[in-house]
Ligand binder design. Structure first.
Ligand code: MEV
Length: 436
């Protein structure tokens, strides 16, 4: 069985980490090699989009310590921002002490929208569509025999009346489509285009837009975790307690209350969640713009933009967190299918369905949220950020090997992380002029 706990991973060299990862995941180094090469060649990228001239790379790190629904999972995360992978891994360790993440998904149902305008009678059109629901569903059901074979297909029709729009009143027909392990945009868009003439014939109106909605609020993923209060204790210098578990827990809850009540804070709070979510979405070749759009629209579903997560305490005083959000990800089709690095990501996590992938992603989002709130509620976010940033500045100033840590540590201690200071410190150590 895969273990997601790999002691000292951080301190290993790149090659050592790859060997440990292959070992822990029981996957062959060849399979994971897609991440060494970047996976995609310019030739294989050429048919994916237009005007291709090359590739663009990002770091891929491994989120450790995750346990989702009792299963250990090593999580591939693609992101350029320091502290995200470390933060998620650390929080997964704390949550693990409380039983890990418990996650579920709704059915993988997407919504396709058809805007019907120029209607002779709005209310009559609405009812007529419901009268023809069975035949509309039958038409939509035919468009993807493969989806149907795997248990997907058209599920329902809903009609909404949009009043007082800038062009007056019109109706919107929602096609509810179970897309199983696909992201679903292609199937749903095709089905909507196919249904349009039938809806026009039924209503006497004109079907204008026919497109999937990214507010995938029928395709939700939910995760919760419990962090035992003692796991939240923070030791200061010389091992003396600097923050009690209780104070950290209450600080996290107060930080969440800020996001729950203020859209300015909620935007940043949710951005922290998306740091984790997007990193896995990108690693698996999924459409992160769709996930972003769905997340923020869902966060505003009551008419007031708010936090996607909630934090509180249980009867024993432990910290409990939950995250619920739309999660339209697939493991078949699109870039997930053609990108070798995305395939390696799916293999590493051992997911067999899109729902399993969604459950991991939402757990990572919750872990990431906890990492940010814990840091913000205690020492602030900059110290962790600065340590990694300082390393990058040290490297840019010419530090190599063990000098990287020495120069970075001194800059952090001085709270001055700048290239000119890095050069000075480096010069002090080596006694030589640094050229950058
Ligand atoms: C930075 O990328 C994310 C945070 O701003 C999230 C938050 O404030 O909760 C740290």
């Amino acid at each position: 069985m895969t273990t997601s706990r790999i002691a000292g991973f951080y301190n290993l060299t790149l090659d050592e980490r790859r060997a440990k990862l292959a070992d822990a995941s029981r996957l062959t180094p060849e399979l994971l090699a897609a991440w060494t090469s970047g996976g995609l060649s310019p030739e294989s990228a050429d048919p994916m989009i237009e005007n291709v001239v090359g590739l663009h790379s990002l770091p891929l790190g491994i989120g450790l310590n995750f346990q989702v629904n009792g299963r250990d999972v090593l999580v591939p995360m693609v992101i350029e921002e320091p502290s995200v992978v470390a933060g998620a891994s650390f929080m997964a360790k704390l949550a693990r002490a409380g039983g890990g993440f418990h996650a579920t998904t709704s059915e993988p149902e997407m919504i396709g929208q058809m805007q019907v305008i120029n209607l002779p009678n709005i209310n009559e059109a609405r009812l007529k569509i419901y009268e023809h629901k069975a035949e509309l569903l039958a038409t939509a059901d035919e468009i993807d025999p493969v989806l149907k074979k795997f248990g997907g297909g058209a599920r329902d029709i809903e009609v909404r009346i949009i009043e007082s729009s800038p062009i007056g009143t019109f109706i919107v027909v929602h096609l509810i489509y179970d897309v199983r392990d696909a992201m679903g945009a292609n199937a749903v868009n095709t089905a909507c285009e196919k249904l349009a003439p039938q809806i026009e014939a039924i209503t006497g109106g004109r079907v204008h837009l026919r497109i999937l909605s990214n507010l995938a609020d029928r395709r939700l993923a939910r995760a919760r975790c419990t962090v035992p209060m003692q796991e939240l204790e923070i030791a200061g210098q010389n091992g003396i307690l600097s923050h009690t578990g209780e104070s950290v827990r209450d600080g996290i809850i107060a930080a969440w209350a800020f996001a729950a009540s203020d859209p300015y804070r909620a935007a940043t709070h949710n951005k922290g969640i998306m740091n984790g979510v997007d990193a896995v979405v990108i690693a698996t070749g999924n459409d992160w713009r769709a996930i972003e759009a769905g997340a923020h629209a869902y966060a505003a579903r009551t008419g007031r933009y708010t936090s996607l997560s909630t934090w509180g305490k249980d009867a024993d005083g432990n910290l409990v967190g939950a995250l619920e959000m739309p999660m339209a990800v697939g493991i078949v089709g699109g870039a997930t299918k053609v990108h070798p690095a995305a395939q390696a990501a799916v293999k590493l996590m051992g997911v067999k369905t899109a729902s399993e992938l969604a459950e991991i992603i939402v757990s990572v989002g919750l872990a990431q949220n906890l990492a940010a709130l814990r840091a913000l509620a205690t020492e602030g976010i900059q110290r962790g950020h600065m340590t990694l940033h300082a390393r990058q500045v040290a490297i840019a100033a010419g530090a190599e090997g063990e000098m990287i840590e020495k120069v970075a540590a001194q800059m952090v201690a001085e709270k001055v992380v700048r290239s000119d200071r890095a050069e000075e410190i480096l010069k002090g150590y080596t006694g030589t002029q640094v050229h950058t």
